[in-house]
Design a protein around this ligand. Sequence first.
Ligand SMILES: Nc1ncnc2c1ncn2[C@@H]1O[C@H](COP(=O)(O)OP(=O)(O)OP(=O)(O)O)[C@@H](O)[C@H]1O
Ligand SMILES: [Mg+2]
Length: 112
Amino acid sequence: MKLIIATIKPFKLEEVREAVTAAGVRGMMVTEIKGFGSQSGHTEIYRGAEYAVNFVPKVKLEIVVPDNMADQIVSTIAATAKTEKIGDGKIFVLDVEGAVRVRTGETNDDAL
Ligand SMILES: Nc1ncnc2c1ncn2[C@@H]1O[C@H](COP(=O)(O)OP(=O)(O)OP(=O)(O)O)[C@@H](O)[C@H]1O
Ligand SMILES: [Mg+2]
């Protein structure tokens, strides 16, 4: 299994959710965060205004998928979140050691 951690622009959340669920994702974690990338937040536009502070609001997605879905989901997120302006986000992929569905005791791919 792989853990996909993606930061996206907040207004893209619903579009990305729809795209990844259409591609087979059955669960995700969503967190409102602040962060910065290579511009250190200085020149980024948020809600039509240039953001004058160092941290820009983003949404962080955490999605665990079977290994054979990871590339497709990363591509789907990247294509959907893209506006071609700075701050479109970043996607990281990590290995996952195990998963359990608490209700049933199912493990790993069956737990996703
Ligand atoms: N190296 C990193 N490690 C962890 N989080 C990061 C990293 N780079 C970016 N992020 C997170 O992703 C968010 C979006 O980053 P952003 O898209 O601005 O990256 P960038 O490298 O500056 O690309 P761009 O030039 O397109 O803006 C940041 O606000 C931060 O939360
Ligand atoms: Mg940036």
